[in-house]
Design a protein around this ligand. Structure first.
Ligand code: HEM
Length: 215
């Protein structure tokens, strides 16, 4: 498959367009959180707001994870390397949403009852899978600073390929967490598998991105 045949925006518009997209990423990730502050006291989350909040934040984190993984193949497919600049903010926002999801469960659902939290981690496999995915995201977020990227060199790419198992862990965590219904998690799992396939076709492994694409 040719990866350079797609039209990229003219060169002079690329930098401003990336800036606009970066602002859109920040607003798109931040505004729903601001909305929560407005919605929760007004009962917009329904009869079981804690459960709804966990769902809202978990789904948001998963969507941000999928978007993060979409950036490199899009940049390659469109021949628009600077799009890569969206990858780090998207990844960090994904981690922020995952932290809020985790924190809601720890604080509002289990009221920091550490014994119970330990029990849940041991007894409920889907919690353990979610926690494993969160740990991976934490490592990826902490090693995403430019100085560390330079320092780790090629090892950075190897380390950051942990994002693939993290995505699969989250999809299984989602599926397993449901008491009934499978269509929604099946859609997300299909999207994840489709995205991994798409990346495999567009980005030879080990990936060789253009020089402009360093985060
Ligand atoms: C830190 C460890 C984690 C814990 C303790 C945790 C806990 C939970 C809980 C309790 C639920 C709801 C289950 C129910 O319906 O009763 C849930 C659902 C979910 N979690 Fe997590 N989770 C964790 C990590 C993650 C991560 C890292 C992601 C995504 C990046 C994620 C995404 C989701 C999704 C998509 C759902 C389903 C939402 C829905 O039902 O609409 N979780 N999680």
């Amino acid at each position: 498959m040719s990866t350079t045949s797609q039209p990229a925006p003219p060169r002079q518009y690329r930098k401003p367009l990336v800036r606009v997209l970066q602002v859109a990423v920040h607003l798109g990730a931040l505004l729903p959180l601001v909305w929560l502050f407005y919605a929760i006291p007004r009962g917009a989350l329904g009869g079981d707001p804690v459960k709804e909040l966990i769902h809202f934040l978990g789904l948001g984190a998963l969507r941000l994870l999928l978007l993060t993984l979409l950036v490199s193949p899009l940049a390659r497919g469109l021949g628009f390397g600077q799009l890569i600049r969206l990858r780090r903010p998207l990844g960090l926002w994904c981690f922020a949403w995952a932290c809020l999801h985790f924190a809601t469960w720890l604080s509002l659902d289990l009221a920091f009852a550490w014994g119970l939290i330990g029990d849940e981690l041991v007894k409920r496999t889907y919690i353990l899978l979610g926690f494993s995915a969160w740990l991976i995201l934490a490592v990826l977020a902490l090693t995403s600073f430019p100085a560390l990227v330079r320092r780790l060199g090629r090892r950075w790419k190897t380390l950051h390929s942990l994002i693939y198992p993290a995505l699969l862990l989250v999809c299984v965590h989602f599926w397993w967490s449901l008491k009934s219904g499978w269509i929604e998690p099946a859609i997300y799992l299909s999207l994840a598998l489709g995205l991994l396939w798409f990346r495999r076709r567009l980005l030879p492994w080990p990936r060789k991105l253009p020089a402009t694409s360093k985060p």
